[in-house]
Design a protein around this ligand. Structure first.
Ligand code: SF4
Ligand code: SF4
Length: 249
C-alpha cells in the first residue's frame, strides 16, 4: 500500500446504543461490550498519524453515548473532515459540539420517527443527511442482507472481506471486519491498535458464519457488485439443481 495515501479512519467509540432500530447491522448478532478507551488515546493517535488521515468517522453503537464524546470531538483537528453517525436522539450533546465547519451528521432513520425529527436535527445548524444503516440502503434489489446470505447458502463458504477504511473497535484495536468489531475477536484484528503497529488494509479470507452476514455485502468482494450477486445466485441455483438431479439418477 502507498504509505502516503490519506485514509478514512472510523472510531467505533462505543458498543452501546439507546435504541434498537429495525434491521440494525450492529445489533444483528451478539456484541461483546468492552471498557471504552479514554478520549486522550484517540487524540494522541490522531496527532501522531495526522499525515495519513484523510477523514475521521465517529460511530458505534451511538457515539454520543461514549464517555469522552465531546472532549474528543472538540479536540480533533478542525481541518480534518469529521463524519458523525448518530441516531440524533441526544440533541443536547450534539448541540454542545464546538465546531460548525467541516463536519456532517449522518443520521439513522431505521425506525419510526416523529414528523418533526428531520427539522429538529437540521435546527442544530450542522450539515446533515439521513440514512438507513442496515447495510442494504445502497442496494435496491436487496431488502434484507441476512436473508440474502441465508438464501445464497453463504454460511460455511469462504469469504474475502475487504475493509474500505481503517476501523477501530471500542477497545482501541483495529479490525478487519464488522464481526471483529462487534465481538472483539483477536483473530480478526488488523494487527495494530491506538498504541502501536502499522496501518494496513489487507482484508481477510475466512469461513463465513451467520454473524458475518450483517454488513457482509458491503465488505465481501465476491458480492460487491450486482453482477457478482447475480452470478452467485445462478451458481447456487445450478448447484442445487445438480445435487437434486444426482439424487434422482
Ligand atoms: S441503527 Fe444505529 S441507532 Fe439504531 S439501534 Fe443500530 S446503532 Fe442504534
Ligand atoms: S468472512 Fe466473516 S469473519 Fe471473515 S472477515 Fe468476513 S465478516 Fe469477518
Amino acid at each position: 500500500m502507498n504509505d502516503t495515501k490519506a485514509l478514512t479512519i472510523a472510531f467505533h467509540l462505543t458498543d452501546r446504543c439507546n435504541l434498537r432500530c429495525r434491521g440494525c447491522h450492529w445489533f444483528s448478532s451478539p456484541v461483546r461490550e468492552v471498557e471504552e478507551v479514554e478520549g486522550e488515546h484517540y487524540i494522541r493517535w490522531v496527532e501522531k498519524n495526522r499525515r495519513r488521515i484523510g477523514a475521521i468517522k465517529l460511530s458505534g453503537g451511538e457515539p454520543t453515548l461514549y464517555k469522552d464524546f465531546l472532549t474528543l470531538v472538540n479536540h480533533l483537528p478542525k481541518d480534518l473532515p469529521l463524519i458523525i453517525n448518530t441516531n440524533g436522539t441526544r440533541a443536547q450533546t450534539l448541540r454542545n459540539i464546538d465546531r460548525r465547519d467541516n463536519m456532517i451528521l449522518k443520521v439513522s432513520v431505521n425506525r419510526p420517527v416523529s414528523e418533526f425529527f428531520e427539522k429538529d436535527i437540521e435546527a442544530l445548524g450542522y450539515p446533515c443527511s439521513f440514512h438507513s444503516f442496515n447495510g442494504v440502503a445502497r442496494r435496491p434489489n436487496l431488502t434484507n442482507e441476512l436473508e440474502f446470505g441465508w438464501e445464497s447458502d453463504l454460511i460455511g463458504r469462504n469469504g474475502r472481506c475487504l475493509p474500505k477504511f481503517i476501523r477501530f473497535g471500542a477497545d482501541g484495536w483495529a479490525y478487519n471486519c464488522e464481526k471483529g468489531l462487534r465481538e472483539k475477536d483477536e483473530t480478526l484484528r488488523c494487527g495494530f491498535s491506538l498504541w502501536g503497529g502499522d496501518m494496513n488494509l489487507r482484508g481477510k479470507t475466512c469461513r463465513i458464519t451467520q454473524a458475518c452476514l450483517s454488513n457482509f455485502c458491503n465488505e465481501n468482494d465476491m458480492l460487491s457488485s450486482a453482477s457478482a450477486r447475480i452470478k452467485w445466485r445462478v451458481r447456487n441455483v445450478l448447484g442445487r439443481f445438480l445435487a437434486a438431479a444426482r439424487l434422482v439418477l
